[in-house]
Write a protein of this length. Structure first.
Length: 295
């Protein structure tokens, strides 16, 4: 029996394996996953037959991309090491169905620490708040006020636990005993940034920490980009408080707009580089003006 197929005994174990060897947001893999299921996908990848929907060259490239780092013995060890963490797949009641809006770019699985029942809430309950890492005092103050309003109205605040705006959003929720979800670009056992270890640990105790990459995985630039689609899809609205002209949070706003979610931005001083991105969103009509929680 092929080694990887032996590790993919059912849909759950196959998705766990796929989260370890697959490329997030890969449309070719996601399409095949939808068509044949995770266990059969692993079998097809490890075989040498045809791949549905691909010609011979496309199939060879896809297999090489998927199996290039697939060392069965090491993967078996990683699966055992990761077994102490909760993994959520689409057939689970806590799977957030809003992620299905991503289509073939949906995560293969979600790794979680904390209260996974927050994912089963109706979509309007969750609001994503993101923005500049190098936030100004204005940005931090507005975030606290805005997220305080949202927390008091019972909303769950979703962010990425980064420095600046996102940390302010999480803290505003925690201070008010409200719900908050942190979506990481690293494994749930590898808090990033390291300076937010205490904050992320507290979110895991009182709220929820999520990642589509398995435990022990380090963040990369591409993983931050990939995470944007999850931050956008989890919530009914994405609010950008501060953002430079090349801020990664603008990518989250783009993902939200493509999903048909509400996008809002907080206007900032025209003299502040930290508000260039948000002001451009408003000027171009790609975001609604947000000044407080009522908006």
């Amino acid at each position: 029996m092929p080694a990887l197929t032996a590790l993919a005994r059912d849909d759950r174990s196959a998705r766990v394996l796929l989260s370890m060897i697959g490329t997030p947001a890969d449309v070719a893999t996601g399409k095949l996953l939808t068509e044949v299921g995770a266990a059969e996908l692993i079998s097809i990848a490890e075989g040498d037959g045809t791949v549905p929907g691909m010609d011979r060259v496309e199939a060879a490239v896809w297999r090489d991309r998927l199996l290039s780092a697939a060392t069965p013995d090491r993967l078996a060890e990683r699966i055992v090491e990761a077994s102490k963490f909760r993994v959520i797949i689409p057939s689970d009641p806590d799977w957030p169905t809003s992620l299905n809006d991503l289509g073939h770019r949906a995560p293969y699985a979600l790794w979680a620490k904390g209260r996974t029942e927050l994912l089963a809430e109706p979509l309007p309950q969750r609001i994503t708040v993101t923005g500049a890492r190098a936030a100004t005092s204005y940005g931090a103050h507005v975030t606290d006020e805005l997220c305080g309003d949202l927390a008091q109205s019972g909303r769950t605040l979703v962010a990425g636990a980064a420095y600046g705006i996102e940390a302010s959003a999480h803290r505003a929720a925690l201070i008010r005993d409200a719900n908050t979800i942190a979506v990481l670009a690293s494994g749930v056992d590898r808090p990033y940034p390291a300076g937010h270890t205490d904050l992320i640990d507290r979110i895991a105790r009182e709220g929820l920490v999520l990642s589509e990459v398995p435990p022990s995985v380090a963040p990369t630039r591409q993983r931050f980009i990939d995470r944007s689609r999850i931050l956008a899809a989890l919530s009914s609205a994405t609010i950008i408080v501060e953002a430079g002209s090349r801020s990664g949070s603008l990518h989250t706003a783009t993902e939200a707009a493509q999903l048909g979610r509400l996008v809002g931005a907080v206007p900032g001083p025209v003299t502040s580089a930290a508000s260039t991105g948000t002001n451009l969103l408003l000027q171009s009509g790609h975001a609604l003006v947000i000044t407080d929680g009522a908006d």
